[in-house]
Design a protein around this ligand. Structure first.
Ligand code: T46
Length: 136
């Protein structure tokens, strides 16, 4: 499984750093939604789903967390601990987020507005979905 982790351009000087993200230039899709997770309690695991068509970029802009990616055949754990790193998660990918530091702020840039119909929240359904997808 190929992990797509972006290292965004940092505009840094003696005052500090600034990162600017533009759709299609820095982010490979039109950004239709931004949401963020913060104050995640110790030991909590989130996610446990895949998306049928949604594409996202996850950026831990403060603190750190880990993301487990699973394409049904292979699993990879990706640490997110730098504000200039963005993890691309394509559709048809199971994800779990965990090991949040108490100060973690995880920002997500999404290619679509929120749609519960796009979620696959059962792991067996996910395996069935990708098997059908591959057959076509
Ligand atoms: C994902 C990972 C990285 C909304 O009303 N609008 C939204 O845009 C989102 C994302 C969520 N919600 C509601 C739905 C639930 O009642 O917020 C609540 C928590 O959502 P959820 O349990 O899906 O959160 P996570 O952390 O398990 O997953 C989220 C995203 O839902 C998901 O797309 O890839 O973050």
């Amino acid at each position: 499984m190929q992990i797509m982790k972006y290292a965004f351009q940092q505009h840094g000087d003696e005052r500090g750093h600034l990162i600017a993200l533009e759709e299609f230039n820095d982010i490979p899709f039109r950004i239709k939604r931004v949401y963020y997770l913060y104050d995640t309690k110790e030991g909590v695991h989130r996610g446990f789903h895949a998306h049928k068509s949604l594409k996202q970029i996850l950026i831990c802009i403060h603190g750190s967390c880990k993301v487990l990616l699973d394409n049904g055949k292979e699993k990879k754990i990706v640490p997110l601990e730098k504000p200039y790193e963005g993890l691309y998660i394509p559709h048809n990918m199971w994800r779990e987020m965990y090991d949040f530091s108490p100060d973690a702020v995880l920002v997500v840039l999404a290619s679509e507005v929120y749609n519960e119909e796009d979620y696959i929240r059962n792991y067996d359904d996910f395996l069935t979905f990708i098997a059908k997808h591959e057959a076509n």
